[in-house]
Design a protein around this ligand. Sequence first.
Ligand code: IPE
Ligand code: IPE
Ligand code: MG
Ligand code: MG
Ligand code: MG
Length: 328
Amino acid sequence: MAVESWSISATPMPAMASDPTTSVTTSTLSDEHQLAALLDALGERARAALDACLPSAATLPTRLHEAMRYSTLDGGKRIRPMLVYSAGKALGAPDHRLDAPAAAVELIHAYSLVHDDLPAMDDDDLRRGRPTCHKAFDEATAILVGDGLQALAFQQLAQNPDLDIDPAARLRMILTLAQAAGSRGMVGGQAIDLESEGKQLNIAALEDMHIHKTGALIRASVLLGALCADDVDEARLAGLDHYAKCIGLAFQIHDDVLDVVSDTETLGKTQGADQARNKSTYPALLGLDNARRRADELRDDALASIADLDTRADPLRWLANYIVARKR
Ligand code: IPE
Ligand code: IPE
Ligand code: MG
Ligand code: MG
Ligand code: MG
């Protein structure tokens, strides 16, 4: 798959203004706690936005809507909405504009998980500490849940009145999410993942798969947040885009690491699932230590590309660290 625009090295890095790890790794403990509490509150805010935009479980067809709510509302870490809010805040976007894109990226993500768990894909029984959608409901419902969530995501961007930006910016956001979700983004990455089961990918092919299946939506999350600010210049967007590409790849490397080193209860999904399905992963190809090292390098690269932003970007810095240190 040709992926010129997704390549991490394709975007030149802005000059590094200072120690890339300032602010978070050198901040005081109370700063860390304050940031963690802020991110937690943003996760709750995203849940409320999702709750508000999802049809109630009493809306016909009730079983479908119950399953859409089951698959979206509880248990997720909400990292993608947190990135939307954090990128927007870093550039001074008003909070009320960020709810629709935050919900939209999480709806696409929730749909991707429901389909990822289907028997035809990863065939998993456990997600977010509960039976997967097709286990709690049935396979046909799980397919339709994904379809419904995806459409609702675009409806949010197209229609939510709180997204009070000019029509050209709104259209750019819709295009950004469509490209990230589609066959040249997340869905394309999922296709590569399935084709690669039982094969030994080389490192470039593995990176390409991860950049698409997971990186694309993380990249869109940051861009969508940034696009909610007024008068964002393209150089600033490019710096944030580089940050997002780096943490997107680091995110999936760490997901692969957790599949090896964590346990099912902590993860809320079945530990060892990658090995059981003969997936191509970073630990399988490079070993655990090298995989972890690569994720840390990418975090540092991400931090360097936003080093010139002021303290309003601290939540983005905190998230870059969290993504490679999280336990689940
Ligand atoms: C899991 O994503 C799927 C991947 C893209 C690796 P998350 O780890 O963000 O899952 P939730 O939303 O917290 O459940
Ligand atoms: C899933 O990757 C990526 C998407 C859902 C797009 P994984 O298959 O590794 O995710 P988990 O480990 O099941 O959450
Ligand atoms: Mg998968
Ligand atoms: Mg999976
Ligand atoms: Mg995984």
